[in-house]
Write a protein that binds this ligand. Structure first.
Ligand code: HOZ
Length: 430
């Protein structure tokens, strides 16, 4: 292992901090959860990232999930080039929006109608408004440690950067804006039942990350999703699956196809933009038709459905239609997760490993992680040691214990085995 030089990143970070709050445009990137200076990235190719000091890393962040095909996938890039030559955005309908909506509906039949937006945050914010307008109720149930973007009413007990930086409930969100939000422990169906049996008639929707991915990766317990479906049906509550991370990631049909539970509304992002900023929400026709201009619930966006982002999404989903890609993602992810798990056992480092398809997490803890309370018991100092040890050896994982690692279709066995070897070296030093 040669000593990495990160002079240019350090210099740029100092400059950036004078111009951009914390030097970053999204908090987790600042390395606050692990210490040190964030890397400034120059380029990405396949499963590799190169920073401005010319250090090369195997990337397990993949732009936080969207790059399931790796960086600068040639077919995606060439179609984007083509799209750009026709103009960037028209603020008027295009055929591309219809094509992407159809691809999404074919993959996830519970989305009878889809509205495109520009980010996951926009998607969840709009879905909440829609559920409230549709049911004419105000209260919303979310789960501790789930993160649905930086929507005011959902920014309580939130995971991701909010947890990483110790502000799961953000200042600046007036109490009045969250007085209708009820946050319950993830995976605790009894708690949901209890609240709904008392207040079912007040609750507009339950929003849940089908596989929680913002407190590390925490899969749903058996019957948790089925329980949510049953309870929401009984009380006329809209069930919203946040599949911003899991849609087209854990399966082509998303986590809902994997667990075979169909929500009323779904939010999407990440992969459906193929690396460009896109979000979407969709679901039952009778609910979706309450949105303006058919219904009265307002939601709009100048850049929504813009042709460049739609093109990136279309080509990505077309490539992903090849189901063998998911099989190979499963095998590679299994190889990495099993390798890391074995290393922890062999070396005697307590760790809990979770994985669903190509989303995975190593929690440094000696007990199972099933919810936010157990996720927070992890040894974050140890995670920081893991993160920097891996970085020094050329492997880029999320700079926070409370995020996921992502495999892409272009990671090879060679990179995976080298990752496991490096991991062994790192944790032997713990
Ligand atoms: N909220 C994102 C992860 N779940 C982090 C995005 C970023 O910092 O770029």
């Amino acid at each position: 292992m040669s000593k990495r030089i990160t002079e240019k990143s350090e210099k740029l970070f100092a400059e950036a901090q004078n111009l951009i709050p914390g030097g970053v445009n999204s908090p987790v990137r600042a390395f606050g959860g692990v210490g040190g200076t964030p890397l400034f990235i120059k380029s990405g190719a396949g499963c590799y990232l190169t920073d401005i000091d010319d250090n090369k890393y195997v990337d397990y962040v993949g732009s936080w999930g969207p790059l399931i095909l790796g960086h600068a996938e040639p077919r995606v890039i060439s179609r984007i080039h083509e799209a750009v030559t026709n103009g960037m955005s028209y603020g008027a309908p295009t055929e591309l929006e219809v094509i992407l909506a159809q691809l999404i509906k074919d993959a996830m039949p519970s989305l009878e109608k889809v509205r495109m937006v520009n980010s996951g945050t926009e998607a969840t914010m709009s879905a909440i408004r829609l559920a409230r307008g549709f049911t004419k109720r105000d209260a919303v149930i979310k789960f501790d440690g789930c993160y649905h973007g930086h929507v005011d009413s959902l920014l309580i007990q939130a995971g991701s950067g909010a947890t990483t930086l110790g502000t799961p409930t953000s200042p600046g969100v007036p109490q009045d804006f969250v007085k209708h939000t009820i946050s319950l422990p993830y995976n605790d169906i009894d708690a949901v039942n209890e609240v709904c049996s008392r207040r079912g008639k007040d609750i507009a929707c339950i929003i849940v990350e089908v596989i929680a991915g913002n407190m590390g990766v925490v899969p749903p317990k058996k019957n948790f999703l089925e329980g949510l479906r049953e309870i929401t049906k009984k009380h006329g509550i809209v069930l919203v699956f946040d599949e911003v991370m899991t849609g087209f990631r854990v399966a082509y049909g998303g986590a809902q196809s994997l667990y075979n539970v169909m929500p009323d509304l779904t939010t999407l992002g990440k992969i459906i933009g193929g690396g460009l900023p896109v979000g979407a929400y969709g679901g039952k026709r009778e609910i979706m038709d309450c949105i303006s201009p058919v219904g009265a619930i307002y939601q709009a966006g100048t850049l929504s459905g813009n042709p460049v982002a739609m093109t990136a999404g279309i080509v990505t989903l077309e490539i992903l239609k090849d189901k063998t890609l998911y099989q190979s993602l499963e095998e590679k992810s299994q190889r990495l997760a099993a390798g890391m798990e074995k290393v922890c056992k062999d070396v005697g480092i307590p760790a809990y490993h979770t994985r669903v398809g190509s989303m995975m997490c190593t929690f440094f803890t000696d007990q199972p992680v099933i919810d936010y309370a157990t996720a927070k018991l992890c040894n974050t100092k140890r995670y920081a040691g893991f993160f920097h040890g891996m970085l020094d050896r050329g492997f880029y994982f999320a700079p926070s214990q409370f995020e996921a690692a992502f495999m892409s279709t272009v990671h090879g066995e060679k990179e995976i085995d080298e990752t496991v070897d490096a991991f062994k070296e790192v944790i032997k030093g713990f």
